[in-house]
Design a protein around this ligand. Structure first.
Ligand SMILES: Nc1nc2c(c(=O)[nH]1)N[C@H]1C(S)=C(S)[C@@H](COP(=O)(O)O)O[C@H]1N2
Ligand SMILES: [Mo]
Length: 197
C-alpha cells in the first residue's frame, strides 16, 4: 500500500472484495489469547488424533517435518473484526494427518496445550482447507501466535485456528468448544458474519 496516497488507499480498503462484511484491514498482527502463553519446545511437542473407538495416532515434531510441507498464502479474519490479507505460512495439510485415520464421525474438536478447544466439522479440515502451521512470514511461529504450531483454518473466523494445537478428537456431534460455549457461533463463516449464536 506504500505506493498509494493515504486517501486512495483508504477508499480501496473499504471496498476491497477480499474483506468480509463488518471487517476492517489491519497491518499489524494482534494477539488474542484467553489465557497465558504455553511455552512448548519442539522436542516435547506432539500431535495426537483420537477416534471414537479410542484409537490414537501421534506425531512428534520430526514426524510432522517428514510430511509434505505447503506454502500457504491466505487472508485471515478475526471475529473481533480485524482482517489481514495476504499472510504467508508454512505448514502441513490436515489431509496428511488423516490419511490413515479410520472414523465415521463427522465432527472434530481441536485441543491445545493450555486447554483451549474449538470444534470444526471434519470436512472443513480436509481437502486442502486447513493446516498445522509452524512458520509465519518466513520465521518460526511466535509463541504468542501459537508457536511452535497452530491449527490454521483460514476460511473460518480465526478463533477456529487453535494456537499451541496438540490434538484432535473425533466427535459424533458438533459439540461446542471453548468460545462456542461462551456465545460464539458453532461454525463461524466470516462471509456470512456467523459471529455469535
Ligand atoms: N489455544 C488458543 N488458541 C486460540 C485462542 C486462544 O485463546 N487459545 N484464541 C483464538 C482467537 S479468539 C483468535 S482471534 C486467534 C488469535 O490468534 P493470534 O493471537 O495469533 O492473532 O487465535 C485463536 N486461537
Ligand atoms: Mo478472536
Amino acid at each position: 500500500m506504500g505506493v498509494f496516497s493515504r486517501g486512495f488507499g483508504d477508499r480501496r480498503r473499504e471496498s476491497d472484495p477480499k474483506l468480509p462484511p463488518g471487517q476492517y484491514l489491519t497491518e499489524d498482527f494482534p494477539v488474542l489469547s484467553a489465557g497465558p502463553t504455553p511455552r512448548v519446545d519442539t522436542a516435547d511437542w506432539s500431535f495426537t488424533i483420537v477416534t471414537e473407538d479410542g484409537t490414537k495416532k501421534s506425531w512428534s515434531w520430526a514426524d510432522m517435518m517428514a510430511l509434505p510441507i505447503d506454502e500457504i498464502g491466505t487472508d485471515i479474519h478475526c471475529v473481533t473484526r480485524w482482517s489481514k490479507l495476504g499472510t504467508h505460512w508454512r505448514g502441513v495439510s490436515l489431509d496428511h494427518f488423516f490419511t490413515d485415520i479410520s472414523t465415521s464421525d463427522q465432527y472434530t474438536m481441536a485441543h491445545s496445550y493450555g486447554g483451549y478447544t474449538t470444534n470444526v466439522p471434519l470436512e472443513d479440515l480436509l481437502g486442502g482447507k486447513s493446516w498445522i502451521a509452524f512458520e509465519f512470514e518466513g520465521a518460526p511461529l511466535d509463541p504468542e501466535h501459537g508457536g511452535p504450531a497452530r491449527l490454521l483454518v483460514p476460511h473460518l473466523y480465526f478463533w477456529k485456528s487453535a494456537k499451541w494445537v496438540n490434538g484432535i478428537t473425533m466427535h459424533a456431534n458438533d459439540d461446542p468448544g471453548f468460545w462456542e460455549q461462551n456465545g460464539y457461533n458453532l461454525y463461524g463463516d466470516p462471509w456470512k458474519e456467523q459471529r455469535y449464536w
